[in-house]
Design a protein around this ligand. Structure first.
Ligand code: BGC
Length: 778
């Protein structure tokens, strides 16, 4: 595996680089992103740099321009700090730089940058540190130390709030008041122009020379969208200047703030926060990282190479840094790490990220699913707009009540030069089933009956109501079809009877029938409520009438499940030349989308995803035949592809393939390709990393509602240990080549492994011999 960042054999929480003038500038900004789920900042330098992409977002604060879809506004910058030494602005392109080093501590999210800047024959040492607090979600703290061992220095600092940020030049914020409170607190107010969300940003500085506090009353500089405090300090040789910046942000949609008192309350909060010094503030945040995240889940990989452990730590760090803990919000496909996909949420959450949360932090999983419950209103809007019934969930979601937020137009077609229409918002419909899949997994793993009664069952019933209205009756064959869709493979637009879509739609209706009967029998009150709300009696009749006549494509004579009605008769091409992991979507250099639509080229796991999710429906021969057929036809142009292939390969005993796809997936963001991750991380790949490790190699799966653990340890790993949660109990699993150790904290659990059922008593443990694995070689 090749990473763009350096790793450290002794510390798997470390990623860093000594490279400062690099072409990788935007990639490093993304990979070393800092966030706490509420607020997120790219890892730009404090001083402005050419080609940087300076972004800061607050989850859920969507805003739209006329005729454009809603997006997360890029907020006023708080990181900025311009320094002049003897009048010379700090710029790493001037003078010489020695001992440059930038690193991110994945355990507590602290970013550090140190270097010596040799300018005008003086060597000046800089030591930057900063973090976004997990303890106080509104708080950002940064510190720089400046010193020179040999020389006197005059240091000028200018730091504050810079509102000249935009989303690709679109400015979402209307400027509000700017002021200085108590001579020390710099404040800027702003409001989004369409959604009218108010923001208040505050900054306070403290300056020390050799730990002696100087007056922190700045000379203020205010101009359009800017307010900065300026300071001027003379340093003797050997003295150290320490400059601390405390900043916070509040918005009128914060759950923990009074929208009418934002300006005063936020300043009061910053006053309190700035009573602690940098290290004290960091420790408070550190403790929350440990307590709320690392103690709830661990994954320990013992292998010669430290990269697998770094990769899983990176993935879990990024998931924590990008997951809002407010049910009105969800995780964007790129989190809050960049402007890509505008902060929108996709099925990426349900299929790729929720397994991690369901198995390790069920309360977070519940929040993320509650978001979909709050989204029923938007889903009804979408269904009605398309003349369907029930809940048709949006392909791209922002504020849950918005409904569909997918843009209409994408990048230019290489053949026609015209923008390509984005069809996903209209016809990529499987997301509605994906949400039901995630709900069922959550219910099995947690047994959370309260969620089921309050929200889960209603979503399932409403989703099935949509599918029932979506089905098209084919009189000739007496079957129900679903035509003109995009399945998970986005290289096939306007496909008829996409296998994934049809199977999951049928499965959704089957689940709804079960839920209907269950609540009717066991919870008449709930039944009455939902029956009235969703008009269940008539809907149920349709389900019963339709469910067994939904057309689900069957394997052909070679065992291949047709991806859709057209796929198997399309032209075959050699896809191997497009299966390159160091570039993205190279296929578009040769063909346009309409041409690809006419060829057996698959973007990402589609039939294979179906097989992974519904493994019990297909036997091993069918699984293998479909693997043999579809993998060579898949470009893996979506980062959602590799993890599914790795897990399925593990299941099929294709251990080398499983590891190959695992490595490819680890390289999605951390790899050396410059183009990937520029506009943000691939959050689904982060989720996928946990899935490959714990579900694929660790063998954890929900099988007919039961826990199954059938590990496939990679040959290069000595052992794997992880912790999951099953129905309220903590389950610790340790696997080496021959044995598996399962320890339970809490109530006893049952699980299945290689056809045998095991029981672990309350607070007990057991060890089992693992069967010797047969490795299938191609
Ligand atoms: C993939 C989709 C995915 C989206 C956001 C696309 O490239 O094909 O499946 O939901 O990216 O990650």
């Amino acid at each position: 595996m090749k990473f763009c960042v350096d790793t450290n054999e002794k510390n798997s929480w470390y990623i860093g680089t000594n490279d400062y003038g690099s072409k990788m500038i935007n990639k490093f900004e993304t990979v070393m992103f800092q966030g706490n789920g509420y607020m997120g900042m790219r890892a730009v330098a404090e001083e402005k740099q050419l080609h940087e992409q300076r972004d800061m977002f607050i989850s859920g604060t969507f805003d739209a321009f006329p005729n454009e879809v809603t997006e997360l506004p890029n907020l006023p910058d708080l990181i900025n700090l311009e320094i002049k030494v003897d009048g010379q602005p700090l710029c790493l392109k001037d003078g010489y730089v020695e001992n440059y080093h930038k690193s991110l501590n994945l355990k507590n999210g602290e970013l550090t940058r140190t270097f010596d800047w040799i300018i005008n024959n003086k060597a000046v040492h800089f030591n930057y540190r900063r973090f976004i607090s997990m303890y106080d979600k509104h708080l950002f703290v940064s510190q720089v130390e400046v010193s020179s061992a040999q020389d006197e220095l005059n240091v000028q600092l200018s730091s504050g709030i810079d509102g000249r940020q935009s989303n690709d030049e679109s400015q979402h914020l209307m400027e509000g008041d700017k002021r200085l409170y108590d001579g020390q607190y710099i404040q800027m107010q702003a409001e989004t122009q369409q959604s009218h969300i108010d923001f208040v940003f505050n900054v306070r500085h403290k300056i020390y020379v050799d730990e002696v506090l100087l007056s922190d009353k700045p000379y203020i500089n205010m101009s359009r969208r800017q307010i900065f405090g300026n300071y001027n300090v003379d340093l003797q040789a050997g003295q150290t200047l320490t400059f601390i910046k405390y900043a916070n942000v509040y918005t009128s949609i914060d759950q923990d703030a009074d929208p009418n008192k934002l300006t005063d309350d936020s300043v009061a909060a910053l006053k309190r926060a700035s009573l602690s010094n940098y290290n004290e503030s960091l420790q408070k945040s550190d403790r929350v990282w440990n307590h709320n995240i690392w103690q709830k889940n661990y994954v320990q990989i013992d292998s010669e190479d430290e990269k697998p452990q770094v990769a899983i730590n990176f993935a879990r760090y990024q998931l924590a840094a990008n997951t809002p803990l407010d049910p009105r919000m969800n995780i964007g496909a790129k989190g809050i790490t960049g402007e890509g996909y505008k902060g929108h949420t996709f099925w990426d959450t349900e299929i790729f990220m929720l397994p991690y949360y369901t198995f390790t932090m069920p309360d977070v999983a519940k929040n993320l699913l509650t978001y979909r419950y709050l989204g029923l209103q938007g889903a009804h809007k979408k269904a009605q707009g398309n003349n369907y019934q029930g809940a048709q969930f949006p392909w791209e979601a922002a504020d849950p009540t918005d409904g569909e937020t997918a843009p209409l137009w994408g990048s230019a077609d290489i053949v026609t030069g015209k923008p390509m229409k984005i069809w996903s918002g209209f016809i990529e419909q499987h997301v509605t089933s994906d949400i039901v899949i995630a709900i069922m997994d959550y219910l099995h793993a947690t047994g959370d009956q309260v969620f089921a009664d309050d929200m889960g069952y209603e979503i399932i019933l409403d989703a099935a109501k949509f599918w029932s209205s979506r089905l098209e009756y084919n009189e000739e064959q007496d079957v129900y079809e679903i035509n003109d869709v995009i399945g998970p493979d986005e290289y096939k637009e306007h496909a008829d009877n996409n296998a994934f879509t049809n199977y999951t739609a049928q499965w959704c209706i089957q689940k709804a029938i079960k839920v209907y009967n269950l609540i009717k029998e066991e919870n008449p009150e709930l039944y009455l409520k939902l029956s009235n709300k969703l008009n269940l009696e008539t809907t149920y009749e349709s389900w019963i009438n339709q469910v067994n006549r939904i057309y689900v494509p069957q394997p052909n004579i070679e065992g291949v499940i047709p991806e859709d009605d057209q796929y198997l008769s399309l032209k075959n091409v050699d896809v191997s030349k497009f299966q390159v992991n160091d570039q993205i979507s190279t296929i578009f250099k040769t063909y346009n989308l309409s041409q690809i639509n006419q060829m057996q080229i698959t973007k990402q796991a589609d039939v294979l995803l179906l097989i992974y999710l519904f493994e019990n429906m297909f036997d091993d021969n069918i699984k293998q035949s479909n693997w043999n057929y579809y993998e060579p036809r898949t470009t893996h142009d979506s980062s959602l592809s590799q993890s599914i292939h790795s897990i399925l390969a593990s299941d099929l005993g294709l251990n080398d393939e499983a590891y190959k796809f695992y490595e490819m997936s680890c390289e999605t963001d951390l790899g050396i390709h410059i183009g990937k991750a520029i506009r943000g991380l691939h959050m689904a790949a982060c989720g996928g990393l946990w899935n490959m490790t714990v579900e694929g190699f660790g063998g954890v799966r929900i099988d007919n509602g039961k826990l199954r653990i059938e590990p496939h340890l990679p040959a290069s790993w000595n052992s794997l240990k992880y912790q999951i949660n099953w129905q309220g109990s903590t389950v610790r699993v340790g696997i080496d080549g021959e044995k598996m150790f399962v320890q339970v904290i809490g109530d006893g659990i049952e699980f299945v492994s290689y056809g045998r059922e095991y029981q672990v008593p309350a607070n007990g443990s057991l060890e089992i011999e693992l069967p010797v694995e047969e490795t299938v070689t191609d």
